[in-house]
Ligand binder design. Structure first.
Ligand SMILES: Cc1cc2nc3c(=O)[nH]c(=O)nc-3n(C[C@H](O)[C@H](O)[C@H](O)COP(=O)(O)O)c2cc1C
Length: 188
């Protein structure tokens, strides 16, 4: 393929879209939509999420050291979008979206009942990078919807039906089961 060199860009796509939950020290839960996330180590199992310091969730996770990464199925895309537009500083996103909080096993933040896969994480490090700070988390518990597990303990992707993020400002189908979607035309 003939290539054109463009300015250095974050065209590593698609990336997963996650609903990250946290809970402040007063006990109030919050949800933030995150696309800058990925697996960073297999053993111990670890992932990263990158959050701008201006987000309300940034200070909560920094101060409490706990968060959960919940993977939403395609059918709740509008709620995922909403959690990425409004701030928990102003509203209760569980009440606003109607998403259901479920108790986690090893951390205080709630899991999201409607998500197929939920990863409980303990913060190990925060790395300031630029406009985003990278939060490294060790996965301390993993929950998968029973109907999304196959008989060998693998994930049935057609049931999990996860969302993925693409830098193109369009809503488009991708090779099933993942979907490439741009839910809001805003910089992350
Ligand atoms: C699809 C999508 C992906 C997003 N990814 C990120 C991200 O990776 N990091 C980030 O800081 N903000 C991201 N955002 C923006 C935040 O979700 C948004 O600013 C949110 O309102 C912050 O909520 P909070 O103030 O309650 O923490 C994303 C938004 C959308 C819609």
């Amino acid at each position: 393929m003939k290539k054109t060199s463009i300015s250095p860009s974050t065209f590593l796509c698609p990336t997963p879209v996650a609903l990250v939950t946290c809970r402040d020290k007063g006990g109030r839960p919050n949800i933030i939509t995150i696309a800058w996330t990925g697996v960073i180590c297999s053993d111990p199992p670890m992932l990263s999420i990158s959050i701008r310091p201006s987000r309300y969730s940034h200070g909560i996770i920094r101060d409490t050291g706990e968060f959960a990464v919940n993977l939403p199925p395609v059918d709740i895309i509008r709620k995922v979008d909403l959690c990425g537009i409004i701030s928990g500083k102003d509203v209760d996103k569980f009440a606003q979206t109607g998403l259901t909080a479920a108790e986690a096993e090893k951390i205080s933040p709630p899991l999201i009942e409607e998500c197929t896969i939920c990863l409980e994480c303990k913060l190990t490090e925060i790395i300031p990078l630029g406009v985003h700070d990278m939060f490294l988390g060790q996965i301390v518990a993993t929950h998968v919807a029973e109907e999304a597990l196959d008989e060998r303990g693998g994930i049935r992707m057609e049931i999990a039906n996860p969302l993925a993020y693409s830098p193109r400002p369009i809503l488009q189908g991708f090779r099933r089961p993942a979907r490439v979607v741009r839910v809001q035309p805003e910089e992350q």
